[in-house]
Design a protein around this ligand. Structure first.
Ligand code: NAD
Ligand code: TYD
Length: 345
C-alpha cells in the first residue's frame, strides 16, 4: 500500500513502482484532498496490478477495510497535509492527518500483521523540516536533534516519533526517511517551483517571501523515488535515512535561474523577461532560514546517488509543466483561487 499516491511524490512513486516492480500489487490509498489528483495516474489506471482505494487516514475503518480487502503486506506512507503556508492558516488538518492519521495507520498495521510483525515493512516518508533551521554552516544529519518550527514540520515530527516508538516498543519493522525539497512533474502549484512556472506563463507576479535569501536543498522527485525504493528493500529495520540533492539555492537565485530558463522556452525578450515579474512580499511567519541535508549515510550504506543534475531535472520539470497546461488549468481554475487570494491577497 502506498498512502498519498494521488499526490505529487506519491504519484511519481506509484508510476516508479509499477514500472520497476510490475509483479507487486500496488494499492494507492488516498483521500483525494485538494492535493490529490487521479489525473496524475491516468496512464496506469487500468494496469492489472494497480488498485485505487478512496480512504481517509483519519478514519481507522477505512484503513482496516483496505487492509482486509487487499491483504496489505507492506506500507509506504506518504499521505500528509504537506504545505507550510496552509499549516499556518489552518493547523488542525495537519495534526489530524499527519499525527492521528499516522497513528491509525501504525495501529492497523500492527494489528493486521500481529502474527509476525518483523516480516512486514513500514516505510515512513518524512521531511528534513523536522530538524528546524540551519545557520550558514552545517547540514542535517540523522542524529540532528528535532526542532520543528511550523505546524507542518511539528506534525511531521510527531509522526516520526510515533513511528520510532512503534519500532522500539512493538518491534515493528519500520524505516524512516527525511528528505529535502522535491521538484518535478505533478507538484501542486502552491509550492515554489510550480507556482513560479505557472505565474511566468500567465505573466502574474512571482511572490518572493522576505529578502529571498532563505535556502533550500532541491532534489528531483524521480531521484527521491529511487531512494525510497532502495530504503524500502535494503534499509535495516529501525534506521533513519536523510535524502537530499546537495543542491542548495537561495530562493531569489533559484527564482532568477528558472526565470532565465523560461525566457528561453517561452521566447521572452529582455523587456518581457520573467524576471520582471519578481515581487518581494511579506515574509512567511516563522520562515526557516536554511535547510541542507548530509546524505552520506544513504550514499554509503545503500549506494544511492541522485541520477539527475539540477539542470536536467529542472529542464524535464519545465518541459512537463509547459506540455501539461490543461493539468495546471484544471487546478488553478478551481478552489485554488480561494487559497491564492487568502495567501497572496
Ligand atoms: P502532496 O500534498 O502533493 O500529496 C499528499 C497526498 O496525501 C494527496 O494525494 C492527498 O489527497 C493525500 N492525503 C492527504 N490527507 C489524507 C488523509 N487524511 N488520508 C488519505 N490521504 C490523504 O504531498 P507531497 O509533496 O507529495 O508529499 C508526500 C509526502 O512526502 C508527505 O508526507 C511529505 O511530508 C513528504 N515530503 C515532501 C517533500 C516535498 O518537497 N514535497 C519533501 C520531503 C518529504
Ligand atoms: P515551499 O515550496 O512552500 O517549500 P517549503 O516551505 O516546504 O520549503 O517553499 C520553498 C521556499 O520558497 C521557502 O523558503 C518559501 C519560499 N516561497 C516564496 O518565497 N514564495 C512563495 O510563493 C512560496 C510558495 C514559497
Amino acid at each position: 500500500m502506498i498512502t498519498g499516491g494521488a499526490g505529487f511524490i506519491g504519484a511519481n512513486l506509484v508510476l516508479h513502482w509499477l514500472c520497476h516492480h510490475p509483479d507487486d500489487l500496488v494499492v494507492n490509498f488516498d483521500a483525494l484532498t485538494y492535493a490529490g489528483n487521479l489525473e496524475n495516474l491516468q496512464e496506469i489506471k487500468n494496469h492489472p496490478n494497480y488498485r485505487f482505494v478512496l480512504g481517509d487516514l483519519r478514519n481507522s475503518l477505512d484503513i482496516s477495510k483496505a487492509f482486509s480487502k487487499h491483504a496489505i503486506d507492506a506500507v509506504i506512507h506518504l499521505a500528509a497535509e504537506s504545505h507550510v503556508d496552509r499549516s499556518i492558516h489552518g493547523p488542525a488538518d495537519f495534526v489530524e492527518t499527519n499525527i492521528t492519521g499516522t497513528f491509525n495507520l501504525l495501529e492497523t498495521s500492527r494489528k493486521y500483521w500481529s502474527d509476525d510483525l518483523s516480516t512486514h515493512r513500514f516505510l515512513h516518508v518524512s521531511t528534513d523540516e523536522v530538524y528546524g533551521s540551519l545557520g550558514s554552516k552545517g547540514k542535517f544529519l540523522e542524529t540532528t536533534a528535532y526542532a520543528p518550527n511550523s505546524p507542518y514540520s511539528a506534525s511531521k515530527a510527531g509522526s516520526d516519533h510515533l513511528v520510532r516508538a512503534w519500532r522500539h516498543t512493538y518491534k515493528m519493522n519500520v524505516v524512516t526517511t527525511n528528505c529535502s525539497n522535491n521538484y518535478g512533474p505533478f507538484q501542486f502549484p502552491e509550492k515554489l517551483l510550480p507556482l513560479l512556472i505557472h505565474n511566468c506563463t500567465q505573466k502574474l507576479p512571482i511572490p518572493v517571501y522576505g529578502d529571498g535569501k532563505n535556502i533550500r536543498d532541491w532534489l528531483f522527485v524521480e531521484d527521491h523515488c529511487e531512494a525510497l525504493d532502495l530504503v524500502f528493500h535494503e534499509g535495516a529495520s529501525g534506521e533513519v535515512f536523510n535524502i537530499g540533492g546537495s543542491n542548495e539555492w537561495s530562493n531569489i537565485d533559484i527564482v532568477r535561474f528558472v526565470c532565465r530558463e523560461l525566457d528561453k522556452e517561452l521566447g521572452r525578450s529582455e523587456d518581457d523577461s520573467c524576471e520582471n515579474l519578481i515581487t518581494f512580499v511579506k515574509d512567511r511567519p516563522g520562515h526557516d532560514r536554511r535547510y541542507a541535508i548530509d546524505a552520506t549515510k544513504i550514499k554509503t550504506a545503500l549506494k544511492w546517488t541522485p541520477r539527475h543534475s539540477f539542470e536536467e531535472g529542472l529542464s524535464k520539470t519545465i518541459r512537463w509543466y509547459l506540455d501539461h497546461q490543461d493539468w495546471v488549468s484544471n487546478i488553478t481554475s478551481g478552489t485554488y483561487k480561494d487559497y491564492y487570494e487568502l495567501q497572496y491577497g
